[in-house]
Design a binder for this molecule. Structure first.
Ligand code: CP
Length: 310
């Protein structure tokens, strides 16, 4: 059996190209499973997984839970909003209490960059990062690249522009690592204030003109503005941002070729993307969501195969 080089998935940075290819090959098989009338396999019948969400989520949380249930794992869910975290309990105490209940794997979303790695270094269970602050969102990047491969046949040699709030986006950083490892060229596009100063060190192109960026690319990944992470004003108003960086049907129709449009969600319709574009046949947003379940099944299955059962 193909084995990953890592024991946890804390970030794409730690994965090799071979790891990503193993995940995709495994996800291909699981995608076939979840499209069957009986969408379940008994692979993880003796495994217990805890989903710990210290930050809000719709897609990632549901997708992980479905992936775990499709693999027949036992699943427990934890939401910070209704937990004893509110009573002052530390992260490590919360997790150790959950692990005492014989949990084998932890899927965690947390507001602090590095939280997943911190946990992975301190507990026996396998850890999957479901988003750690502004740092990484590795399964989102894997499902994004898997969706590009599905739509365009391969990722290698493709040109991908990530548009929007790059500064606060864990999706952007994980996508940059993942796409580059697979041989794609990456550009970021947005207002100067929302592009991190270190971006050139990552080997990506930078473009501030949306029309030029779109003319360059094969794929545009549109990100939302993360107002909840912004403590100062980075642009004059949402309306002005939408006028300069919002993707409309008119802009798409004026390009010399048909590009693929992606969005990790949640979408702010009328800001970074219009409804007409989000619901068009150029957008693969719901394919991304579908692929998320297969990709997460693959990651969970491959990490579970590394659990020591002695
Ligand atoms: N793409 C994504 O992470 O969405 P959620 O915040 O809803 O999980």
């Amino acid at each position: 059996m193909d084995r990953l080089s890592v024991d946890h998935l804390t970030g794409i940075k730690e994965l090799t190209k071979n790891d990503i290819e193993i995940i995709f090959k495994t996800a291909d098989a699981f995608k076939e499973v979840i499209n069957r009338p009986i969408k379940k396999v008994p692979s993880l019948r003796d495994i217990t997984i805890a989903n710990l969400f210290f930050e809000n989520s719709t897609r990632t949380r549901l997708s992980f839970e479905l992936a775990e249930k499709r693999l027949s794992a036992d699943v427990v869910n934890f939401s910070a909003a209704s937990s004893s975290v509110k009573k002052g309990e530390t992260l490590i105490d919360t997790v150790n209490n959950i692990l005492s209940m014989k949990v084998d794997m932890v899927v965690m979303r947390h507001a602090s960059p590095g939280a997943a790695k911190f946990l992975a270094e301190r507990i026996d269970a396998k850890v999957i990062n479901a988003g750690d602050g502004t740092h990484e969102h590795p399964t989102q990047a894997l499902l994004d690249a898997f969706s590009i491969r599905e739509r365009l046949g391969k990722v290698e040699g493709k040109k991908v522009v990530i548009v929007g709030d790059i500064l606060h986006s864990r999706v952007a950083l994980s996508n940059i690592y993942c796409l580059q490892k697979l041989g794609a060229e990456v550009m970021v596009c947005g207002p100067t204030t929302l592009i991190p100063k270190y971006i050139h060190e990552l080997g990506v192109k930078v473009e501030h003109d949306l029309a030029k960026a779109l003319e360059w690319c094969d794929v545009a990944n549109m990100l939302r503005i993360q107002l909840e992470r912004q403590d100062i004003k980075y642009f004059p108003s949402i309306r002005e941002y939408a006028m300069q960086y919002g993707l409309t049907k008119e802009i798409l129709d004026n390009l010399s070729k048909k590009i693929v449009v992606m969005h990790p969600g949640p979408i702010n319709r009328g800001v970074e993307i219009t409804s007409e574009v989000a619901d068009s046949d150029q957008a693969i947003i719901l394919n991304q969501v579908e692929n998320g379940v297969a990709v997460r099944m693959a990651v969970i299955y491959l990490l579970a195969s590394k659990i020591n059962r002695d």
